[in-house]
Design a protein around this ligand. Structure first.
Ligand code: SAH
Ligand code: SF4
Ligand code: F3S
Length: 439
């Protein structure tokens, strides 16, 4: 009997990519491959790349480069590279020139054809390179091999129309398009039936779901999903502040399945910089949205994304960001140093900020964000929380899960608690992590 063929996927980038790797895994399973943890024993290795910042891109290039030797020893191994990086102008050719041993290069628009490309590669010597343009269509009928039970990701929109001046996503993901509500609802119903307990709706800007189509608005869609029977949690990301509405805050307030935790990237607290970023809101507009959210959902926590070192960012601009962070009191934040992306509007702006200044700013910002997180963690001690157990941490020898506000809690359990809602009393706070006992 022949041994089962194996695949290994390396994923870079955001949740969108994590979920797309699940779709890739689904296709490879249909071809008869099974997942394996080490690249060395794989028959197919897929790199699902990201190019949001230069270091994400370099990381992928470095790792693909390291496979040269392995491929020389294992000539039958198929190496495939997909994701956002390949979709950048000229990058597919560039990859092929640099790494001629890569067998398949595919993009974000034709991900669902990877199965065909692998089959084709098995029959020909030549590399299969196919980066299709965005034709505005949506492929339905993926069969993802989900890897994060009890959490499941569900796409609601693809692409982005916002063209924030620093961002490469609209160029590599194409124009925004919304899946049909009936398809999304059917997918969530099926997931709940299968026992998934937390559903996260994914899109670059979920608030503009349905724009320009007959589909419902995002708040309507969210409410329809929240009305699906069964005990599960509902999250969504990412919300663009310019489209965050009062209606959405009301929907969150009146549907208990929707978590009281919203990711609302602000990027900067300076109006000058926000304008240059083409974000289409001011710091005041943003704070007003937070106020509306808190009016309807007083206990809602807010998380965000922040960029320092955008071209022309002055010390005052940076101070404005620090002030806004303090005002909002984020429960956590992703902080980034601005990275110049070729082809974007910001890449052509004068006064790119020197690295040492950006580094100093990011360190200060991280310190502030961490102090807010620590403060909030400390206030948890003694409280009771309901968490959804999602994993077992081998190092700690403890189970872990998040409360609805997104806070990670660790606890001991005799039985396997993954997938269970567990009530804990928080006994200790350590940085961002909380420790508790079952009650
Ligand atoms: N569509 C989402 C997420 C986009 S990517 C949104 O608009 O919020 C995630 C984050 O990466 C962004 O929010 C931004 O903070 C950061 N980012 C995007 N491009 C960047 C760049 N060129 N340099 C540094 N950070 C960047
Ligand atoms: Fe990028 Fe802006 Fe679109 Fe987010 S909304 S993906 S930051 S262009
Ligand atoms: Fe995500 Fe990176 Fe693409 S952040 S959308 S994988 S460029």
């Amino acid at each position: 009997m022949s041994e089962k063929k194996r695949f290994h996927i390396v994923t870079y980038g955001c949740q969108m990519n994590v979920h797309e790797s699940e779709k890739i895994a689904g296709m490879l399973s249909e071809l008869g491959y099974t997942n394996c943890d080490e690249m060395e024993s794989a028959d197919v290795v897929v790199f699902n790349t990201c190019c949001i910042r230069e270091n994400a891109e370099n990381h992928a290039f470095g790792n693909i480069g390291m496979l040269k030797k392995l491929k020389a020893d294992k000539k039958d191994m198929i190496i495939a590279v997909g994701g956002c990086l390949t979709q950048q102008m000229g990058k597919a050719e560039n990859l092929h020139d640099k790494f001629p041993y890569v067998d398949v290069i595919f993009g974000t628009h034709n991900l669902h054809k990877l199965k065909d490309y692998i089959l084709l590669k098995r029959t020909q010597k030549k590399a299969v390179i196919n980066i299709e343009d965005d034709d505005g269509s949506i492929f339905e009928g993926d069969n993802p091999l989900r890897t994060s039970y009890p959490n499941a990701w569900v796409n609601i929109t693809y692409g982005c129309n916002n063209f924030c001046s620093y961002c490469i996503v609209p160029y590599v993901r194409g124009r925004e398009r919304s899946r049909k509500a009936q398809n999304i609802i059917a997918e969530v119903e099926e997931l709940v039936k299968q026992g998934y307990k937390e559903i996260t709706l994914l899109g670059q800007n979920v608030n503009s779901y349905g724009n320009g189509t007959d589909e419902p608005s995002f708040p309507e869609l969210l409410e329809r999903i929240a009305n699906i029977e069964g005990k599960f949690r509902l999250r969504f990301m990412t919300s663009h502040p310019k489209d965050f509405s009062e209606e959405l805050a009301k929907v969150i307030a009146r549907n208990s399945k929707i978590c009281h935790c919203v990711h609302l990237p602000v990027q900067s607290g300076s109006n000058e910089i926000l304008k240059a970023m083409n974000r289409k809101y001011t710091a005041e507009d943003y704070l007003e949205k937070i106020e509306i959210l808190k009016k309807y959902v007083p206990d809602c926590t807010v998380t965000t994304d922040l960029i320092v070192g955008f071209p022309n960012e002055t010390e005052e601009d940076f101070e404005a960001t620090l002030n806004l962070v303090k005002k909002v009191g984020y429960s956590s934040a992703f902080t980034f140093v601005y990275s110049k992306r070729d082809g974007t509007v910001a890449a052509k702006m004068p006064n790119q900020i020197p690295e040492d200044i950006s580094k100093r700013r990011i360190m200060k910002l991280v310190e502030l964000v961490n102090s807010l997180t620590r403060e909030q963690s400390a206030s948890y001690v003694g409280k009771a929380v309901e968490i959804l157990c999602e994993d077992y941490d081998k190092k700690k020898g403890m189970y872990c899960g998040r409360d609805e506000y997104g806070r990670m809690c660790y606890f001991e359990s005799e039985n396997n608690a993954i997938g269970e809602f567990v009530n804990l009393k928080i006994t200790k706070a350590n940085g961002i992590s909380l420790y508790g006992e079952r009650i």
